[in-house]
Design a protein around this ligand. Sequence first.
Ligand SMILES: NC(=O)c1ccc[n+]([C@@H]2O[C@H](COP(=O)([O-])OP(=O)(O)OC[C@H]3O[C@@H](n4cnc5c(N)ncnc54)[C@H](O)[C@@H]3O)[C@@H](O)[C@H]2O)c1
Length: 303
Amino acid sequence: MAMDFQGRVAIVTGAGGGLGRLHALALARRGAKVVVNDLGGAVDGSGGSATAAQQVVDEIRAAGGEAIANAASVTDFEAVQAMVKQAITAWGRVDILVNNAGILRDKSFAKMDMADFRLVVDVHLMGAANCCKAVWPYMQEQNYGRIVMTTSSTGLYGNFGQANYGAAKLAQVGLMQTLAIEGAKHNIRVNALAPTAATRMTAGLLPEPVLEALKPEAVVPAMLVLAHESAPTRTIVCAGAGGFEAAHITMTEGIYLGMGETVPEELAARLAEVTASEGQQVPASGAVQGQVEVGKAMKAHGH
Ligand SMILES: NC(=O)c1ccc[n+]([C@@H]2O[C@H](COP(=O)([O-])OP(=O)(O)OC[C@H]3O[C@@H](n4cnc5c(N)ncnc54)[C@H](O)[C@@H]3O)[C@@H](O)[C@H]2O)c1
């Protein structure tokens, strides 16, 4: 059966180009009404123009779809709230939010300016938080919502020169974890997408045949799955070049050492047992860590 978005209203941020544009086009092609948001700035976040978003809206309309443009910066909470109002006024609901807007300010940490660190966190983390906060009451009220964060392999695993970006990208996973838990009773599902794609963001970084393989179109199916009615929740899906993987934040079984003077030495000696992956789990919530630890202590004390 075709994956249908008929009757759904979606907001895609940073949809004036790159992956966001393709996300918006795909959602519209499958029946969603789309708010195409984009500040229209350069890859480092400087400048801005409303035409980027408008051009994508024109493309959607030319193909028979419904869309409206919005040029808010996701960093501006009032402007983001106005964007959500725009969707509500036009179509009466907001079903899907794809947090895709992003910038880069790459430099090794030694050379990185703290202003560039703060700006990258502001766009990726606060931008996503602003958009989530603005749609949240409507999604709660509707008892329906699908939110897709855009994380990155840099956030999950690190990359040279991207300390600011990596921190901001993994922060979106942190936001996902709790929003998925809080949203569950209102049928709000929250997931994260870690794309790999040849866009202006990765221009000049990779050789031509690799860029050819990394067509951004290959990422879109993962977004559609995470934004659909049938979406999972609290899932991190990686996508690029037609490959799909998942990233898990696991907790190992570990050991019990109790408390005592020599615990530092014992822990150092048995660290390989602590980090060993056999028997690891993906905790259902943060509370599980404490439960596991208290459980070990109780068992050691014969309870
Ligand atoms: N391309 C990749 O390999 C890759 C890898 C991992 C993550 N990502 C993430 O995917 C997303 C899309 O990136 P892309 O590769 O398509 O790059 P891109 O630069 O083409 O797209 C980002 C878009 O966000 C917009 N934007 C920037 N700041 C904004 C703001 N404050 N408010 C609204 N819009 C804003 C830009 O104008 C741009 O159109 C980003 O979040 C990026 O970090 C991309």
